[in-house]
Design a protein around this ligand. Sequence first.
Ligand code: HEM
Length: 419
Amino acid sequence: MTAIPKDKALDSTLSFLREGYHFLPQRRKRHHSDIFQMRLMGEKAVCLSGEEGAALFYNQEHFQREGALPRRILTTLMGQDGVQTLDDAAHQHRKALFMKLMTPDSLHQYSTLVAETWRAYLRRWEQLEQVVLFPEVEEVLCRAACAWAGVPFEEKDIKPLTRDLSAMIDAFGGVGPRHAKGKLARHRAERWVGKMIDQVRAGKQYAVEGKALHAISWHRELDGKLLSTHVASVELLNLIRPIVAIGRFVVFEALALHEHPRCVELLRTGPAQYAEWFAQEIRRFYPFTPLLGARVRADFEWHGYRFRKGTLTLLDVHGINHDERQWEHPHLFRPERFREWNGSPFNFIPQGGGDYAHNHRCAGEWLTIEALKTTAVLLATSMTYEVPEQDLSIDLTRMPTLPASGFIIRNVRATATPV
Ligand code: HEM
């Protein structure tokens, strides 16, 4: 049996919070190993990196999700008893509910809604002296998400709902007030969608068949029962919340276009696949999910290392997307690299890896890519703007992160015909 390299620290929780996205990649380098262990939140945690590490992490014979997510994430970002916490047949059945909503037609509908909403906001941005892109884009995505999901809203609902969904996302790496804000936001949002689901079920609220509100309200579990109002509200928020999270990637798109003007040209006149390469490189290059967690189902051995039942096991998501063995010059922004990408489900995992139906890989990954292609083209062709002096630094010790200023633009003008 080979001993798993061990971190010396008594407990690394504070280092994780201090080091953020650097935490696992630095330790992989320090140990010269894709497997190492440490103590985190008072328990032993084995960490896996590299493509092979990801393939192991997604092997469901060895790992399960039950009991893997800390309470602080369940009470803010994800909600309790949602699809992320399920295993095996119960997971597959619930996951199918999400994947059925991701037809090519439905993805196209979302992109069209984003483009229409963006153009409406653009008319307002033209009137403003300056625009902080981050909150504006979150609102565009949220409004389009509600329309796409068939969630009715009044005009007055949109700003507070966007703020609440954003606070849940912002809470995932936060302690103290950031965590408390996320928890309160979840409480409010669950109550809002929960009421709506009850009304649909009571026949007091019309829901469009085929859209998320209808599908979730009437979804039956394997035992034939409807989801409880609470779980249904968690799952409805599992669609509209992460759509708002795409806003962070859109701000990174604006930053990439600012720092690499050749990408603007290529989005306007380059090969047809360029928008897709650009969206992929945004998801690879810029930080979002730092790591994922699972628990060992039963004792097993891998390459001579022993895994014991119940052990918390973490996957180095950010590190794998920047692994120099897979990505040449991983710290350079180069969309063209995706011309050559081999499509492995384990070497590029910004939204998880493995298989959509059986693993926990993100149900909204295709929607995210389509939305990012649309927003990249909108930024490059539907408007002109100036980027004034501002703090565009990205703090990699904060999770989740963004350019410090939120990306300010000025002198925004819609182009008469897209460039
Ligand atoms: C799961 C990231 C957008 C719905 C996940 C996972 C990650 C992730 C890392 C977990 C994978 C795993 O546990 O193995 C992201 C990021 C997004 C995004 C970074 C964009 C910024 C979306 C969108 C939707 C969505 C737009 C829906 C419209 C889900 C759902 C799951 C999930 C339902 C749970 C899947 C399961 O447990 O089987 N996402 N996601 N996500 N995502 Fe996303």
